[in-house]
Design a protein around this ligand. Structure first.
Ligand code: SAM
Length: 306
């Protein structure tokens, strides 16, 4: 089990944005080590409730947070509607998503997320199911590898990296993170300042294997549908691919349907947009980034149910 701690990002900003009602029901879709959940519980009254999901069984195993108002659910956040319905809940006062991987996941060599520590090439957040990074790298054809690395890593050298992976696995199948980091390091010719050459490839594989963007796409409409009027959705993302999805969704949902010109309808008869944006995108302050470098790329977006 992991000794590593997870320092939660944008806690004050995201929890304030949720506008916690003492007796409300809240969903933390990404429990992790419970940093945000603890902050939600601190604002909830005795009658409030918090349902916290995480697809990583470890997030539930080494938890320190015990509270009768909290229920932990081992599930993907894309099954939120179902998980809540099974508990007789159809509406909630707020949903929080703090996307990506946690520090314990990244720091534990055995999880295979890190090019800094040698470990088995796993990279699954849910270790109970799905294909591991090693299985994917050893079976995918070169064009699939290239597309995954290009799309999810926004990697300029995707073509060279995919070719190098195929060439290397012909000699020895992939099994370890260091092996992949070295193969990628040799294929990437120019380094970005302060970044390991394998950063983008590792990010791409992780996003692909955990279907991170698909999960987000299907979950945002569910979360919005679950909110009661005045309920809030707060999403913290860590890279532009995620943030683009959140931004587009919130923008579309906060724009009322446009009627064709000349249609005789009064403004008050036009149904309101399902969501209203709450403030602008929020980034971490310089002080927070100094304390917690993971906060550097974090963006918080918030919307309220109409
Ligand atoms: C950045 S961490 C969250 C940290 C948490 N807010 C805290 O304060 O400790 C993201 C967590 O979300 C989980 N996660 C990511 N995608 C998920 C998904 N689709 N369904 C459920 N959990 C997911 C990961 O396993 C990880 O534990």
């Amino acid at each position: 089990m992991s000794e590593a701690i997870h320092v939660p990002v944008l806690v004050e900003e995201s929890i304030s944005a949720l506008n916690i009602r003492e007796d409300g029901i809240y969903v933390d879709g990404t429990f992790g080590r419970g940093g945000h959940s603890a902050a939600i519980l601190a604002r909830l009254g005795v009658r409030g409730r918090l349902l916290a999901l995480d697809q990583d069984p470890a997030a539930h195993a080494d938890r320190a947070l015990q509270d009768p108002r909290l229920e932990l659910i081992h599930a993907r956040f894309s099954t939120m509607t179902e998980a809540l319905a099974a508990r007789g809940i159809t509406h909630v006062a707020g949903v929080l998503l703090d996307l990506g991987v946690s520090s314990p996941q990244l720091d534990e060599a055995g999880r295979g997320f890190s090019f800094m520590r040698d470990g088995p090439l796993d990279m699954r957040m849910d270790t109970t199911r799905g294909e591991t990074a090693a299985e994917f790298l050893n079976r995918a054809d070169e064009s699939e590898l290239r597309e995954v690395i290009r799309t999810y890593g926004e990697e300029r050298f995707a073509k060279q990296i995919a070719a190098a992976i195929v060439e290397a696995r012909g000699r020895e199948p992939f099994g370890r993170t260091r092996q992949l980091a070295e193969v990628v390091g040799r294929a990437v010719r120019t380094r970005e300042p302060g970044q390991h050459p394998a950063t983008r490839t590792f990010q791409a594989l992780r996003i692909h294997l955990n279907r991170e963007l698909e999960e987000l796409e299907v979950t945002l409409p569910q979360a919005a549908a679950l909110l009661e009027p005045g309920g809030r959705l707060a999403v913290i993302s860590f890279h532009s691919l995620e943030d683009r999805i959140v931004k587009r969704f919130m923008r579309e949902q906060s724009t009322a349907d446009k009627l064709p010109r000349g249609v005789p309808v009064r403004a008050k008869d036009i149904p309101p947009a399902p969501l209203a944006l709450v403030g602008k995108a929020v980034m971490a302050t310089d002080e927070e980034v100094k304390r917690n470098p993971r906060a550097r790329s974090a963006v918080l977006r918030v919307a309220e149910k109409s």
